[in-house]
Write a protein that binds this ligand. Structure first.
Ligand code: ATP
Length: 474
């Protein structure tokens, strides 16, 4: 089924998954608040991730570091110098675009190959993010790329635009210190590496996991929650010996684990995912490998997760800039070294968007009167469905039926997120629950009062069967 982003946005707003930020004031560009059901999905994705990686693994521990950090952190990490996008201005209508994204869109829409690009620009990779300004300018002029707003081909030279949000610390305007809202959660992990070594029994190889907000002053946001300025990340820094062979082994293991986790945790369909290894010349100078986990969004492939083998770059940088010893002392061999690090870094906000898109379905079926109907059904994996059970008394005027249903609802709510719906129209209740992706609806009726059984309806098959309340499991 073709799913347009417009359909997904309309459904998400209508059913309370996401609302435009600051809505009553006309919104704020590209800001989205999670509604009640979106909030549940977020909590569920976090929960399964944390349970698997932190709770069930002996070698990964959690952390919750600050959004505001000492500005020296961002000098050490390279963000002050390098964390920027190449921007170009249209000389005619003055609109501002990200050069690499505009080029990427042109390559995709014209189905260009590396060979066809090389006829005009001397590049060795088809990924424009890895090109320099001169190569980007040559492409834009050589292929006469038009401004998406006014159609002109008259572009100014690309400029660097740092993506970090700057703010001030201090109470007097103009006299405070410039600080940044973190553009990634990872650096909070590196700066706590020493603390973790000193206060826990962690031994290499081990990882540190963190979930939190990150901020980027993106110039071409859009695509609903795909590219926003404020978003959540779920990151792990996994430290291994300073040995490239062992590092590459761990990098491969993380790639394989990630493939499995997207499917098993969130139920993302395999055919909608791909794994893209970066070419050698796309890699940062310190990196020994990077792999993007991509999803087929309605507007094309986009990154969900980046898995990067960052060697000892980050710890080394922080050791130099802070003057603190961030080496690891191996208790078994007595060796002292700066560990290498693998970073499987996921976007949680993008994972929520992906879960919404992947789950959305429209299905034709024949109703009890033989008429053809269409239903919208969100086929969320049970792990992440915002509501697990809806309890529906079929006869709302019968106190005994309603009482039984209420008791059952209270009991199930101790363990699961549930809804109680006594509006009286069971067909409407089913449609609503299908649209928010509730795996099971449970109805209570006269037969319940006679034999204690309830009817359970499966969201995906619409099959109904009678069971005892004790048999209800997710
Ligand atoms: P992109 O190429 O899409 O800009 P990136 O390579 O800059 O992403 P990373 O720095 O590797 O992204 O960040 C890790 C993850 O954080 C990404 O895989 C993505 O899921 C998420 N992410 C990054 N930027 C944004 C954003 N502006 N809005 C929502 N999620 C984001």
């Amino acid at each position: 089924m073709e799913k347009s982003l417009e359909t997904i946005v309309a459904w998400a707003k209508r059913r309370g998954f996401a609302y435009p930020g600051s809505d009553i004031y006309g919104g704020l560009a590209n800001a989205w608040d999670l509604g009640p059901y979106g909030t549940e999905i977020k909590r569920n994705i976090e929960h399964v991730w944390w349970t698997y990686f932190v709770q069930q693994r002996d070698d990964i521990i959690g952390l919750d570091s600050q959004i505001l950090m000492n500005p020296k952190v961002w000098e050490a990490s390279g963000h002050v110098a390098w964390f920027s996008d190449p921007l170009i201005d249209c000389k005619k209508c003055k609109s501002r675009e990200r050069a690499d994204k505009l080029i990427e869109d042109t390559i995709t829409s014209k189905n260009m190959t590396l060979e066809s690009i090389q006829a005009v620009v001397a590049v060795t990779t088809i990924t424009p993010e890895a090109w320099d300004f001169e190569q980007q300018t040559t492409f834009l002029t050589g292929f006469k790329v038009k401004c998406p707003k006014c159609g002109s081909c008259d572009w100014a030279e690309p400029k660097k635009f740092n993506l970090m949000f700057k703010t001030q610390q201090g109470v007097i305007e103009g006299q405070g210190t410039d600080i940044y809202l973190r553009p990634e959660t990872a650096q909070g992990i590196f700066v706590n590496f020493r603390n973790i070594l000193d206060t826990t029994r962690s031994r290499i190889p081990f990882g540190i996991a963190q979930i939190g907000k990150a901020f980027r002053n993106e110039i071409t946001p859009g695509n609903f929650m795909f590219r926003v300025r404020e978003f959540y990340q779920m990151e792990i820094e996994y430290f291994v010996e300073n040995d490239t062979e062992k590092g590459l082994e761990s990098f491969e293991a993380w790639k394989n684990a990630s493939k499995k986790r997207w499917k098993e945790e969130i139920g993302i369909k395999e055919e909608n995912m791909r794994f893209r290894d970066h070419d050698q010349d796309e890699l940062s100078f310190y990196s020994k490998g990077t792999c993007d986990v991509e999803y087929l969004f309605p507007r094309g492939w986009g990154e969900l997760q980046g898995i990067a083998y960052r060697t000892d770059y980050d710890l080394k940088q922080h050791m130099e800039h802070s003057g603190k010893d961030l080496q690891y002392n191996d208790p078994y061999t007595g060796k002292r070294y700066i560990p290498h690090c693998i970073e499987p870094s996921r976007g949680l906000t993008r994972a929520i968007l992906t879960a919404l898109i992947d789950a959305y379905d429209e299905e034709k079926y024949t109703d009890g009167n033989g008429a053809e109907q269409t239903r919208i059904v969100a086929r969320f994996h049970k792990n992440i469905a915002p509501v697990k059970f809806a309890v529906i008394p079929l006869v709302k005027k019968d106190e005994k039926i309603v009482g039984f249903a209420e008791d059952l609802y209270r009991k199930l709510s101790k363990q699961y997120m549930c809804e109680f719906d006594d509006s009286g129209n069971v067909g409407k209740c089913y449609r609503r629950q299908d649209e928010i992706g509730t795996p099971y609806c449970i109805t209570v009726d006269y037969q319940t009062l006679e034999d204690g059984t309830v009817t359970i309806r499966d969201r995906d098959t619409m099959e109904q069967k009678r069971i005892k309340p004790e048999e209800i499991i997710l």
